[in-house]
Ligand binder design. Structure first.
Ligand code: UD1
Length: 379
């Protein structure tokens, strides 16, 4: 097929481009080479396959999108372009809404104007749209909880409690039918991206799949971007001889999935020819704590650096979220191939020796001056 990947020069997008090319598709990449991710450059990154046609463009530019769709006679779109960063989205709400929501709406408008040659759209959604994951209370069963209250957080009671009996809850697999309760501007824009695509597709009779990525990691994740996922941030610290800085107590759990498994899920979705509109979680279905991530990374990098636990809270953070992967397994036959330990090893080897500016402290200050990190001095 002739396929367009928006955000195709980015971390996930570029791996997806490789996967699509390997399956024999004709791939065009549309990407603005955002400076926060790529540094100041007008050239696509070296890792981007020369077999893909590259178009430098803004996802809010309907005319350029339309011209690209027409010129390359696009049949399917993988929409991966987005501003990514929970903390940053809380003090740049307008940019996040603009790039993510207006960008998606612009893509849909271009698609409509192109005369519907495009039949299928795949949108990169996110676990962030759930807000807190699902939990189970020993007495009250499965719960749909609110975010932790400021009072609870100021007491540093990190675990989620049952609203009925206040018992400490146990994280449960989060399935696609859980109510969506984004807790950050970023997450809200990811929900909007998903819903815009699905609603548009339903109205125009297009086939669409939203893949809700859990915490993705792997080669090409921008090491010097302090707003990216926690693993890249921790590696930038470790490569600079500094301790990873851990929010809360480090026992918060996430479902980390290697980027090659995200590609696998996308390729399965493309091959499955699903009718209508569908939504799937993409994770491993297993949780790991942030503390474990920090210590495993230090061990693999080969440094004796212990993480620094702050007992502080980052606004917008959830405590636990792990994917229920039953639906994607049944519908697409997906299960993750890369276990965390070997995934981490592969990741560390791929970035060893790479330039890694540690900008964590500046990013942390940005959040602190805006009251977005709550800790001792604020109490
Ligand atoms: C969020 C989004 C997710 C997105 C990812 C990357 C939510 C719930 N999820 O995930 O969709 O893909 O960001 O932008 O909004 N942490 C530290 N120290 C650090 C950095 C992070 O302890 O230096 C902790 C955080 O407090 C959090 C965990 O690590 O508890 C994971 O953080 P992060 O990698 O930013 O991802 P999420 O917030 O889970």
């Amino acid at each position: 097929m002739r396929i367009l990947v928006t955000g195709g020069a980015g971390f996930i997008g570029s791996h997806l481009v490789d996967g699509l090319l390997a399956e024999g598709h004709e791939v065009s990449v549309y990407d603005n080479l955002d400076e926060q991710v790529h540094g100041a450059t007008s050239q696509p990154p070296q890792y981007l396959s020369p077999e893909a046609a590259f178009v430098k463009g803004d996802v809010r530019d309907v005319d350029q999108l339309l011209a690209t769709i027409r010129k390359h006679r696009i049949e399917a779109i993988f929409h991966q372009a987005a501003a990514v960063g929970v903390g940053q989205s809380m003090y740049e709400p307008r940019r996040y809404v603009d790039v993510n929501c207006v960008g998606t709406a612009s893509l849909l408008e271009a698609l409509m104007q192109s005369g519907h040659r495009v039949e299928r759209v795949f949108v990169a959604s996110s676990m962030s749209i759930y807000g807190e994951g699902s939990y189970s209370c020993p007495s009250h069963g499965l719960l749909d909880v609110d975010v932790r209250s400021p009072e609870q957080l100021s007491r540093r009671e990190w675990e989620v409690r049952c609203p009925s009996c206040s018992a400490v809850t146990i994280p449960a697999p989060t399935s696609e039918d859980k109510r969506l309760r984004p807790t950050s501007i970023y997450a809200t824009t990811k929900r909007d991206q998903e819903e815009l695509v699905l609603e548009f597709a339903a109205a125009y009779g297009l086939r669409a799949v939203a893949l809700r990525y859990f915490n993705v990691y792997g080669p090409r994740q921008a090491l010097s971007n302090p707003y990216t996922g926690v693993m890249a941030i921790f590696l930038a610290r470790l490569f600079n001889g500094k301790s990873p800085v851990i929010f809360e107590d480090g026992l918060q759990g996430r479902d980390f999935v290697h980027v090659s498994d995200i590609v696998k899920a996308n390729l399965l979705a493309l091959g499955a020819n699903l009718e209508g509109q569908s939504v799937f979680n993409v994770g491993r279905g297993e949780a790991v704590t942030i503390m474990d991530v920090a210590t495993s990374l230090a061990e693999i990098v080969g440094v004796e650096i212990s993480p620094e636990t702050t007992n502080r809270y980052r606004a917008g953070d959830i405590r636990h979220c792990v994917a229920d992967i039953d639906n994607i397994r049944l519908a697409l036959g997906f299960s993750a191939s890369v276990d965390l330990r070997s995934g981490l090893r592969r990741y560390v080897e791929s970035v060893r020796g790479a330039e890694a500016f540690d900008r964590t402290e500046t990013a942390m200050k940005e959040l602190m001056t805006r009251g977005l990190i709550l800790g001792d001095e604020d109490d």
